[in-house]
Ligand binder design. Structure first.
Ligand code: HEM
Length: 557
């Protein structure tokens, strides 16, 4: 007995002519999607609603009830469209067909969105590299790369511009969202002025004031604690309060006061944070972001936080402060009046400074305390170095001295290596019509997105010997232990024209804070807290998100 063909199967008992009409319509729509990538409403309406609605007519001649025709037309159209897309993505004709990777990743970005929702991208991509090699296909058109020799060609001057993960956000793009390299260069100018060495000098007193306040808050907690080992504090939380208060001073002339209130009194920080995870997830399917923002409460959250940041920017303008903080440069107070940006842009840049400058720095500070607690010999050696550099009573304000403390800087680098705050790097893309590009030993077809996976590159034994071990001495300028040590593979602040604008500020802040708290306090492990598992609970929301990290703190005599 012969098998029925698709055209004979109920409910799609179509005549051959009608079947090819469905077929041709789906194929045409598929090609339109592939070549034009329509994002605006009208073409999407035509392709996803109008064409299947039109197919209802031929299908209605072949079904028993006319009411069945519309759902069948949409179902058949949708299924065939998905089938075409999947078949092409898995076929040997796809430009990225030669790169290995899991089928789920090759077929859709929804899998990556799911991994992001779990907070796991950094560990997941590392496991893929361990299994498949240096170049892994992690999306239909996306590659993850674990090859340090490609850092310069991809991220350096003349490399690739930022990718579509930054699309779909409302309003003018902030610096980090700017995909056009020329616009980016233009927008970056005030940031470069704000982080020049002369400007950095001005910020020392602002950092010092906030560290003094942090030390005071910790002292109060230690004082009021009745525990023998001192106060048990969540270092992730306190480091976060500190960095947010400090960035609030820099970006808007102050006003967060998380340390003073022991929490987020105003709610602005919580508002900003609440959007980060959602945006990290939807960044994989960024065409959905505008719809999400307009339909869901996410839109409200962003509008509210934007409104509050705008108010803060206006307050700071009214202060007419003479001090040269980040706001001074971002608002163009150092420029003629005619060249100053509108207040909306300044508020957006200020918000970026708070997001980019607080979670990142606080996650390194927390992880550094964690590594010291887990490596008593390293802790002891750092304590000795700090005590020798800043004898009793002296505040660690000398930034030149701080920058030469070899063990301190080894500990910071080692934390940034094992625990990069942006673990999965910054996406790049080669747009449509750009042709094929050769970067190092990699041939990239147009319309490819890629990222250099910082977490995997910095834990690769070909770059660093004993890569999973915390070894500050590997960073010594002389007498470093023998073994692989490829400093070109160390890029926690990224690289090239988009390298972190606040790198030098972050380093100054971290060096000063670590020395200051080690002069005053003794840190020890808190009984019952699981240090073995804390490290693997960190979540990658583009920026690392940390769970509580408890430490017992007592005053040093
Ligand atoms: C340990 C602390 C920090 C680390 C590891 C870090 C890392 C990074 C990384 C990886 C990027 C992405 C660069 C790219 O797209 O190629 C970035 C961008 C940026 N960071 Fe940081 N960051 C830190 C602290 C700060 C601080 C304190 C600020 C101060 C405001 C800051 C401001 C920025 C800005 C404005 C950008 C956008 C740069 C651009 O697109 O041109 N960061 N950072």
């Amino acid at each position: 007995m012969s098998q029925p063909t698709l055209t004979q199967i109920w409910p799609l008992r179509l005549a051959n002519a009608d079947f090819s009409l469905v077929d041709t319509s789906v194929l045409t729509s598929y090609l339109c999607f592939r070549h034009f990538e329509p994002q605006s409403t009208l073409p999407l309406l035509v392709l996803l609603v109008l064409i299947p609605a039109f197919l209802t007519i031929p299908i209605s001649y072949h079904v028993q009830s006319p009411y069945l025709a519309p759902p069948l037309a949409f179902l058949a159209y949708g299924c065939l469209l998905i089938l075409f897309i999947l078949a092409y993505r898995l076929s040997p004709f796809h430009p990225l067909a030669k790169y290995p990777g899991p089928v789920l990743d090759k077929t859709s970005k929804w899998w990556a969105a799911y991994i992001s929702a779990r907070g796991d991208p950094h560990r997941y991509y590392k496991s893929l590299h361990d299994r498949y090699g240096d170049v892994v296909r992690v999306g239909p058109n996306e590659l993850s790369i674990r090859d340090a020799s490609l850092i310069h060609p991809v991220l350096g001057p003349g490399g690739l511009p930022k990718g579509p993960r930054w699309d779909g956000r409302p309003g003018l793009p902030a610096l980090i969202e700017q995909r056009d390299p020329i616009q980016h260069m233009h927008q970056r100018k005030p940031w470069n002025r704000a982080f020049s060495s002369t400007a950095l000098k001005e910020y020392e007193s602002i950092v010092a004031k906030r560290i003094r306040q942090l030390v005071g808050c910790l002292e109060d907690r230690v004082h009021s604690s009745d525990q023998k080992e001192g106060a048990v504090l969540d270092m992730a939380q306190w480091m976060n309060y500190f960095t947010t208060d400090f960035m609030g001073d820099m970006a808007f002339g102050g006003g967060f006061e998380l340390m003073k209130a022991g929490g987020d009194r105003e709610g602005l920080w919580t508002l900003i944070e609440s959007g980060l995870h959602v945006i990290a997830v939807l960044g994989h399917v960024s065409y959905l972001l505008p719809a999400y923002l307009s339909m869901m409460r996410g839109g409200d959250t962003i509008q509210r936080s934007r409104g509050l940041c705008r108010e803060k920017a206006l307050d700071r303008l009214r202060m007419d402060a003479k001090r040269k903080d980040l706001f001074y440069y971002l608002s163009g107070e150092d420029m003629p009046e005619a060249e100053r940006p509108p207040i909306g842009n300044v508020a957006k840049d200020g918000t970026l400074a708070i997001i980019a400058g607080s979670d990142t720095t606080s996650s390194v500070l927390t992880a550094l305390v964690y590594y010291l607690l887990c490596n008593p010999a390293a802790y002891h050696r750092l304590q000795e170095e700090v005590d020798a550099a800043f004898p009793s009573g002296e505040e660690p304000l000398d930034v030149v001295k701080l920058s030469h403390m070899e063990w301190l800087n080894g500990c910071i680098n080692e934390t940034l290596r094992l625990h990069p705050p942006v673990p999965s790097g910054s996406q790049r893309s080669l747009g449509r019509g750009k042709g094929t590009k050769v970067l190092g030993n990699l041939i990239i077809p147009e319309q490819t997105q890629l990222f250099l996976h910082t977490y995997s590159i910095q834990r690769d034994p070909r770059n660093f010997h004993n890569p999973e071990v915390f070894l500050p001495e590997r960073w010594f300028s002389t007498d470093a232990p023998v073994g692989e040590h490829n400093t070109d593979a160390f890029f926690p602040f990224s690289y090239g024209p988009t390298i972190c604008a606040g790198k030098n500020l972050a380093l100054m802040e971290m060096r000063m804070l670590i020395c200051w708290v080690l002069r005053r306090f003794r840190f020890s492990k808190t009984l019952g807290f699981s240090y073995e598992t804390w490290d693997v609970t960190t979540e990658d929301w583009f920026v690392l998100h940390q769970h509580p990290m408890l430490a017992s703190i007592s005053r040093r005599e």
